[in-house]
Design a binder for this molecule. Sequence first.
Ligand SMILES: *[C@@H]1O[C@H](CO)[C@@H](O)[C@H](O)[C@H]1NC(C)=O
Ligand SMILES: *[C@@H]1O[C@H](CO)[C@@H](O)[C@H](O)[C@H]1NC(C)=O
Length: 304
Amino acid sequence: MANYSCSGSKLGTIGQLKYISAMFMLIGLLIHAQLVSGRPATFLQDFRVTWSDSHIKQLQGGTAIQLILDQTSGCGFASNHQYLFGRISMKIKLIPGDSAGTVTAFYMNSDTDKVRDEVDFEFLGNRSGQPYTVQTNVFAQGKGDREQRINLWFDPAAEFHTYSILWNRFHVIFYVDQVPIRVFKNNEAIGVPFPMQQPMGVYSTLWEADDWATRGGLEKIDWSKAPFYAYYKDFDIEGCPVPTGRPSNCSSNLNNWWEGPAYQQLDPIQARSYRWVRLNHLIYDYCTDKSRYPAAPPECSAGI
Ligand SMILES: *[C@@H]1O[C@H](CO)[C@@H](O)[C@H](O)[C@H]1NC(C)=O
Ligand SMILES: *[C@@H]1O[C@H](CO)[C@@H](O)[C@H](O)[C@H]1NC(C)=O
């Protein structure tokens, strides 16, 4: 939200009044623009609980939610619509303290098991004082196994931070606070499948995965620290919603802002921060894992 501040000039002439009424019109337009943008006022306008109602609490009139993990259950939620291209964004505050063995995920998924498209953010918890790991993955037409892992340059449990996925026909970009941490380019031209044909829904879950999440499963969840809480707010989906069971015109519209020239490649400043993340925060990349891929997959050498 922008802050509007008025300077203390005295009202006197008609000119000034005109100027002031023009300002009010402008503010009105801005407010209107915000109301019609993709950001819902409350959780229930765009989402539904998919797993364990009792473990998702709406806060502040539904503008924020609390996810709960305890020994009885984790929980999950999903968008009411599926989208074909767009940008999804949320502010998340992860489980503080000892979160080892927990996984908080935020992702898009086509819900088509055999030819699944999926783009994932997974936050892997850790023992108190040890850093969270952010794992990302991309599935296209059923093929995944493209994990990358980074650590963050801040404590994601101390404050809310923004996690976003931009998805268009050119690439999928994962952002942390507007910093690109991963770019998966459309390399269909060299035979690499890209999520293009199927709309995807937006999902989130909090669950226990101590068989693999923290130090490869060595660190177990400490239930004496339960319940574990993660917080979400500012749900923002700007995308082309696909009506269920009806053909969509989403794939043929280059007028959507997320397809525009500014979103077709990283600008020089974004490219620089992306390089900074890769140099300083990347801790695993499937592209360089010779034990899994003796020859790096083709998308790995295609640049950004
Ligand atoms: C947890 O902390 C350890 C020790 O600093 C680190 O090796 C590991 O990558 C961290 N994250 C996970 C998810 O295990
Ligand atoms: C889809 O078509 C409808 C009706 O022609 C139009 O109003 C809408 O803007 C189109 N949406 C997109 C994303 O092209």
